[in-house]
Write a protein that binds this ligand. Sequence first.
Ligand SMILES: C[S@@+](CC[C@H](N)C(=O)[O-])C[C@H]1O[C@@H](n2cnc3c(N)ncnc32)[C@H](O)[C@@H]1O
Length: 269
Amino acid sequence: MDVVSMTACWMAAIRARETARPDPLFRDQLAEPLAGPEGFELMARMDVDLPDNPTIPIRTRFFDDALLRALADGQVRQVVLLAAGMDARAFRLDLPVVYEVDRPALLELKDARLAAASAEPRCRRVTVGADLTDQWAELVVQAGFDAAEPSAFLAEGLLGYLEDPDVHRFLDAVDLLGAAGSTLLADVSGRSAIDAPYMAFWSQRLADNGIAGARYGTDDPEGLFAAHGWDATVYEYGDEEANFGRWPYPQVPRDDPTLPHNYLIVARR
Ligand SMILES: C[S@@+](CC[C@H](N)C(=O)[O-])C[C@H]1O[C@@H](n2cnc3c(N)ncnc32)[C@H](O)[C@@H]1O
């Protein structure tokens, strides 16, 4: 499994830790088996000397809520988790059919861990092993996805690992699959955050753990999504909709480019 896929185990370890809190923002009982030992080891190495950081729990809960809102009126009956990683939403939320797209090796490991945990999805779950910088959209259609029907797409924790041209190719492919009435959920960091001085420390820590990442970022997520046919509403951690009483830092004014920005995107067409 490549090292970027290892980040999926790390994210699951963070969700397992959140689930063990007395006041969790969500309960993901499969996060612990899906993280595996390597997920907890990576989390421990990444956390050394750093304070508790609620970013991932807030992101998970934010997208749980946004996904369920996108499905609420019953018009959207298919969900596509792009770079699904060790996401267990098909097992813990009431969703219609879920297509999980990620690298084949990651999905094989995930299925082995789910089988060992005797996990049963709450909906029809279809896995699609693919490279999201390549011809993945056709594979999703071959797996039964109906591009004529509205859908909810979630790309959580993906864009930052792609090169700039791949981000556009990826969004072009989502464009082909997204009928009118669809929702696209995603997160992206601003260059303001990636290039901030404090990020040099974090980037070094990622590199020390073999996670180099291309680190795509933009401070114009509305423009990025508009260029691919989506009308994006953008939130930042700490906003009322992305806070949940857990964000410990002051809010950063959106129009101040000297401060670091990280964006949660709800886009519709
Ligand atoms: C940080 S994890 C996020 C996983 C999951 N969405 C979550 O939030 O827990 C990044 C995921 O992106 C996937 N990924 C990165 N580049 C990819 C590519 N080119 N094709 C398919 N999957 C990719 C990795 O395999 C990994 O599962």
